[in-house]
Design a protein around this ligand. Structure first.
Ligand SMILES: *[C@@H]1O[C@H](CO)[C@@H](O)[C@H](O)[C@H]1NC(C)=O
Ligand SMILES: *[C@@H]1O[C@H](CO)[C@@H](O)[C@H](O)[C@H]1NC(C)=O
Ligand SMILES: *[C@@H]1O[C@H](CO)[C@@H](O)[C@H](O)[C@H]1NC(C)=O
Length: 336
């Protein structure tokens, strides 16, 4: 599995470098957007509203500053694919949905000082939201010499500092740090990974801090969770991960989470909880969308039961503990 992923990544880097080097000169349809002039706006393929011409190579460059990230949201996407003209059985399967032989868009970001391709997009399926991992992103649009054209694309761009995370209170002591307080009129809400539901940007680390009031803890439910990696989700295995802690510092007792974990529920022990998300510089997934709720720290079980059944309360506590112990032992035996 790891070898396979490594191989795919190697190929994509190679193709990236070739595509990047191929461009000889600027073209009339090139555009540059800098954040000093507009923090947001739209851009389109040439002659949008009509049909774009064949043989184009347009480069759209977005340059922010400082902590800005560029977010690109496609609102319309309709590119010519030769597959449309070919009876399916005459067209090799591998080419049918390959963007290499079609009109396409390629998005590039800079990772550790070098340009890397996020992906190619072609056909008529709108790409997911894109986000740069630094302050710049480059979008190339190619149409084949033999292209019959299409509507092209229309997209919105924005230079953002919040990674598309519009909830909580963003703190400036770290590039991606959000605080959630429990208050009278706000005990629950949602939060998500950078650029959700688009792919999260590479080399990004975000922290979400939950501050309950005395006697409260927080329960987090990950409605969707797709973070690239393999258990135990170690960074030296090239895994992205989510890590939680009851402290501001790392809690080594707590496992890390990666892979597909839809429905995962986690709870703090006490008032404070930290959820951290870390993406390395390779591979992309959509990340997570979660809801949180501040709830009372549970009253110990034996006390609750004693109130409900005053006569038997004193025996239920130990009995419950013993059967739990039994279940744990049984589970331990079975798992061997
Ligand atoms: C776009 O930027 C302008 C200021 O340049 C701002 O007032 C507006 O809220 C922004 N719109 C969005 C959707 O971010
Ligand atoms: C959260 O609580 C801290 C400490 O009381 C306070 O400084 C901060 O302004 C609060 N934030 C919000 C959004 O209520
Ligand atoms: C918060 O809780 C209220 C009441 O249970 C619910 O109506 C609302 O949808 C919740 N909000 C989120 C973001 O989960």
């Amino acid at each position: 599995m790891e070898y396979k992923l490594f191989f795919i990544s190697f190929i994509s880097l190679t193709i990236t470098d070739v595509a990047w080097g191929r461009r000889k000169s600027a073209s009339a349809c090139d555009q540059t957007f800098v954040s000093d002039i507009a923090k947001n706006g739209t851009f389109t393929s040439p002659n949008y509203g009509g049909i774009y011409p064949a043989g184009l190579h347009c480069r759209y460059e977005f340059r922010g500053v400082g902590r800005q990230r560029v977010q690109i949201i496609f609102t319309d996407f309709n590119l010519y694919h030769p597959h449309e003209d070919s009876p399916e059985h005459n067209f090799p399967t591998w080419q049918q949905f390959s963007c290499e032989v079609a009109d396409r868009i390629a998005a590039y970001v800079t990772v550790n000082g070098r340009k890397e391709k996020i992906d190619d997009y072609c056909g008529i399926i709108k790409p997911k939201e894109l986000m740069s991992n630094g302050a710049t992103i480059t979008i190339d649009f190619f149409s084949l010499g033999s292209s019959k054209g299409g509507r092209g694309f229309s997209a919105k761009f924005a230079f953002v500092e919040n990674f598309g995370i519009t909830v909580g209170e963003q703190l400036i002591t770290h590039p991606c740090l959000f605080r959630f307080n429990s208050t009278d009129n706000s005990r629950n809400g949602s939060f998500w990974s950078p650029n959700f539901p688009g792919f999260y940007p590479r080399s990004t680390e975000c922290h979400y801090l939950f501050y309950g009031r005395p006697g409260e803890k927080v329960r987090i439910t990950f409605d969707t969770f797709d973070v690239e990696g393999f258990p135990p989700c170690a960074s030296n295995q090239q895994s992205d991960y989510v890590e939680v802690s009851n402290y501001m510092t790392v809690d080594r007792k707590m496992p890390r989470y990666c892979g597909n974990q839809d429905g995962l529920v986690l709870e703090s022990e006490n008032q404070f909880y930290r959820v951290s998300f870390k993406a390395n510089d390779r591979f992309d997934s959509t990340g997570f969308y979660a809801t949180y709720r501040f709830i009372p720290v549970a009253v110990p079980v034996s006390v609750t039961r004693r109130q409900e059944t005053p006569n038997r309360g004193t025996t239920i506590g130990p009995h419950w503990t013993l059967s739990t112990l039994f279940v744990c032992l049984a589970a331990g035996v079975l798992s061997r």
